[in-house]
Design a protein around this ligand. Structure first.
Ligand code: 4AD
Ligand code: MG
Length: 431
């Protein structure tokens, strides 16, 4: 008898007797037969218990097993053309490790609040398993993309002394009597790392005390942030576009079954090819006005506006050169028009909104000091960051992609709360 075979591998064992370990996902019975759906995380297999094949005790046990009980099932692998897996198990023996009692999530529909309260159990559903596998594929392909392209992973700290993305969304904590802030972005440290290694990325959890309850905002989310010495804004856009295409290609190649579980329209993803349209902020405002949205030049392009713009394109659209007044202190101004920052946001298609935010960075010491003062920030907190402009400063650019926004778009989910195992939202810290 072979050990430790997982459901996804049963095809290699047709005709053999094997033991599978997992949980009872679902069950159906008819007279002399029990059909047990066993899930083990790698897949779901139908285990057929025929009265004539097992002892009376095992047949009765099969009748009693409850949803989500942990079980070991021994039987022979058979081909089964009708099942999604292509195989089933003809059961000889069953062991129950623990009989579950009153599992709260039944196959009937539950409300979102209930499912969120039971997130630790909800993760076991086929839909959540599919999302987590796609998330894993996205993260793996990100790391692979950077490795293949000469980037070095250099992670940034999470406990920091200064804000990166404005002072209105900071989580503060006590650090041995000193104030520490949870990182909103690893970028500033990423810039230091890029001056050491040329091409780097950091990838970690980031925090925003977002007081907004939208389908796009978490208070804790994962951000991947490449930073490249000697890249200008155009290079940055080339990188963002190539990066996104690679990720989508990998998900299409390796996660078809999971996309199907989610009912994702795969043709929409197959459309994601270079080049992405590049429009200026000014052109974006024109598109908005033409579509009846009244945003004036200088105004913020928020979630609703992003949705309108994305509807004009069948792939991600890159909006560049925003008014400097609405962007972060570290962004370089456009030498052709000082009112503009050399920023770029990548807006996902199908109304998914901003997936990526990035820019070329200000590399001049004096200008950067001026910006820090203009935004009312404390210069002393940035002394180390300013050093980067004193010792071999070079043009450089980078961006940040929020993993959950990317997962929501690629999976076609209406809300980011299902894109991360344990979402942290304004009104949710548990489980
Ligand atoms: O546009 P943001 O704020 O940019 C930065 O933080 C830069 N420092 C990144 C850089 O240039 N290295 O955030 C980047 C991305 C957004 O485009 C979005 O995908 C995601 O992070 N994001 C959030 N995702 C979920 N919930 C939130 N509250 C998010 N805020 C930003
Ligand atoms: Mg942004």
């Amino acid at each position: 008898m072979l050990n430790k075979i997982r459901v996804k591998d049963v095809g290699g064992h047709v005709g053999q007797e094997i033991t599978l370990k997992g949980w009872l996902y679902n069950k159906r019975s008819s007279g002399k037969l029990h059909f047990l759906q066993l899930r083990d995380g790698s897949g779901i297999i139908q285990c057929v218990v025929f009265k004539g094949d097992v002892t009376p005790e095992v047949f009765e046990l099969a009748d009693k097993i409850t949803q989500e009980s942990s079980i070991e099932v021994t039987g022979t692998v058979r081909e089964d053309k009708r099942s999604p897996l292509g195989f089933e198990l003809g059961v000889k023996d069953i062991k129950v490790l623990q009989m579950a009692k009153d599992y709260p999530i039944s196959p009937k529909e539950h409300g979102t609040a209930f499912l969120m309260d039971n997130r630790h159990l909800w993760l076991r559903s086929s839909r959540q398993v599919a999302i987590l596998k796609i998330r894993d594929e996205i993260i793996f392909s990100i790391r692979e993309y950077f490795k293949n392209n000469g980037f070095v992973l250099v992670d940034s700290p999470i406990l920091t002394p200064a804000a990166c993305e404005g002072t209105s969304t900071l989580f503060e904590t006590d650090y041995f009597g000193q104030k520490a802030l949870l990182s909103q972005s690893g970028q500033l440290y990423g810039e230091a790392s890029a001056m050491a290694l040329g091409k780097i990325y950091c990838f970690g959890p980031t925090f925003r005390a977002e007081k907004s309850k939208t389908r796009r905002h978490l208070t804790e989310f994962w951000m991947v942030e490449p930073e490249v010495a000697f890249n200008d804004l155009d290079d940055n856009m080339d990188l963002a576009e190539d990066f996104i295409c690679y990720i989508v290609e990998k998900v299409l190649k390796n996660c078809r079954a999971e996309l199907e579980v989610l009912g994702r329209d795969i043709s929409k993803l197959e459309n994601i090819k270079k080049p992405f349209p590049r429009i200026s902020y000014t052109e974006a405002i024109e598109i908005l006005n033409k579509n009846g949205n009244p945003t004036q030049w200088g105004g913020d392009i928020g979630g609703d506006e992003e949705t309108i713009i994305s509807k004009s394109f069948d792939r991600p659209v890159m909006i560049h050169r925003y008014p400097a007044a609405i962007k972060a202190f570290y962004m370089k101004r456009d030498p052709k028009d000082e009112k503009l920052a050399l920023a770029v946001d990548v807006i996902g298609p199908e109304g998914y909104g901003e997936i990526i935010g990035g820019s070329q960075r200000e590399e001049d010491y004096d200008v950067l000091v001026k910006r820090i003062h203009e935004q009312g920030l404390d210069e002393s907190a940035f002394d180390w960051y300013l050093d980067l402009r004193k010792y071999g400063s070079v043009p450089h650019s980078g961006f940040g992609m929020g993993i959950e926004r990317a997962v929501a778009w690629i999976c076609g989910l209406p809300h980011v709360r299902e894109t991360i195992p344990f979402p942290r939202l304004m009104d949710r810290l548990k489980p």
